[in-house]
Write a protein that binds this ligand. Sequence first.
Ligand code: ADE
Length: 261
Amino acid sequence: MVIDVITIFPQMVKEIIKESILKRAQQKNIVKINVHNLRDFALDKHSVVDDYSYGGGAGMVLKPEPIFRAVEKIVGKRKKKGKTRIILLTPQGQTFNQAKAKELSQEEHLLFICGHYEGVDERVRENLITDEVSIGDYVLTGGELAAMVIIDSVVRILPGVLNKKESFENDSFYQGLLDYPHYTRPRRFRRKSVPNLLLSGNHARIRKWRRQKALRNTLNKRPDLLEKIALSGEDQKILEELKRKKVKTATTRLVFKSANR
Ligand code: ADE
């Protein structure tokens, strides 16, 4: 995969991609990440990339010409044209999630345009990009951090990036559920023990326990996710049991509360 990033803060991006999994993925030649300074594509000698908003009002807008020039140069260099996802980072975009990470991980070439100030000239949006993506309903100073979030989550699921120990099949969201709880040594810490079942060596029971806990975590923390996935009959049974227990404990608490009033 080739990833290009167009930004007015190239150093911000370069610092992040030289660490951890992103570093390793580049060393293994699984991904090539190129960072481009938008100012290098400005038309004037002062490298101006922004200007006032027509119609008035506060805030600057990124000019169209440097962005068009940068994109055309990057895409023009490629042999296979028309195969690039050109992604604008903006709070107006489709909210990023694991499904989108998986979708993007199947592409050959991603090109990120990091927005800034009040945004970018609308002609960029209308004529150049294939995707508008947001990483959540809040406003960042610029698209760099958002691009890095997306690049990190896409690159880590490319084949060969993670080793077996780090595999992502059990990640939260990968199967539409949150992850199950994890424990490591020591077996007993400040009088708190690791659940015995995890030490039993009984893999079938451990698998079942983990599925139950993943379902419980999702039900308690993100019940909205359960509506989006296909659950097996066994999963549904576990969930009904969990819901019944929850109602029971909630009712018990209520009774207890009113008895003590
Ligand atoms: N730029 C500013 N805020 C953003 C957000 N939430 N997601 C993506 N890009 C942004």
